[in-house]
Design a protein around this ligand. Sequence first.
Ligand code: 9Z3
Length: 346
Amino acid sequence: MTPPAQHKNFHTSNPETSYAIDRSLPEFAAAEPTDEDNYFANHQPPTYLPEIEKEVQQFIKYHQENTGKRIALVTSGGTTVPLENNTVRFIDNFSAGTRGATSAEYFLRNEYAVIFLHREFSLLPYSRHFSHSTNCFLDFMIEKDNKIEINPKFSTEMLEVYKKYHQAQVSNSLLLIPFTTVNQYLYTLKLISEDLKIYSNKVVFYLAAAVSDFFIPQYRMPQHKIQSSATQDGELLIRLAQVPKFLSRLVSNWTSGAMIISFKLETDNAILIKKAKSALERYHHQLVIGNLLQTRKKEVVFVSPIQDDKWIKLTDEELQNGVEIESEMIPAVIALHDKWIEKTSK
Ligand code: 9Z3
């Protein structure tokens, strides 16, 4: 049984030691890595990938042989874009991993096994209730007779969360896989997707991670910390390339029979649905869940080729009462997955 704990043997947030010793990365002058095939030819995989592959394969085999559960691959949190090989500085984004961690819990509640591909140190299923900086776990404790105890005010709620967490552990239903950089994310996603091919239409991809659209290709990344002397007229210029649109490869090459759901994040309401539809047309997958940065915890829209656009909205009262929008999103996703399995099993 693999307990859902953080990995002990490596940290994705540490720079790869190989980068500090040998920088024999090739120069690919003619091949700007703007397309998905060039990307993998021109970028080194993370060194720990074989370790992850072993864990993922064991997890899939376990469920194939013992439980027959469906599997949700949930991606969560934001990717970083390092500015240096020995990374002191990086570009990041706002995502804390709330959508992914919360959705994973609802998949688990509905008897899915979950591979949780997440930004290391972002929110995790279950512990998210007590781990965020505005929800510090120490605030749930009290001191009594020089001993520390759970504040009785919270113990019922904590027990409920603990039971679900424990159930996920003993049933080996939750596998935590970390990433930090966009390169680690892309390589790990590709690996897990290819491993999941044997599980066919019993897999749902739920791609909620906020993946950077721009990055610095390895071949033009400085080896060491950028010096302030590198500025020109007091300005530092950074040239970013576009991250390849990996979703088309995911749909056509890395998966086989799975239901694929991507997210579309916008800040302008006027273009959300249009952008979601154009993603569907471009990648030919099964569902785009659209959301606006400003209202993402309150409303989302399901855009799919098999049904009219469907909004899921929480009222202010529901929000105040702690209802989570994922509690409505995941059953709706599962209903579509049921249909998908029925359709593709014929
Ligand atoms: C999302 O849209 C997620 O719902 C959020 C969740 C990142 C908004 P939080 O972590 O936020 O709960 O605070 N994820 C996908 C965002 C994204 O990068 N989508 C790409 C795009 O919009 C497509 S892969 O182009």
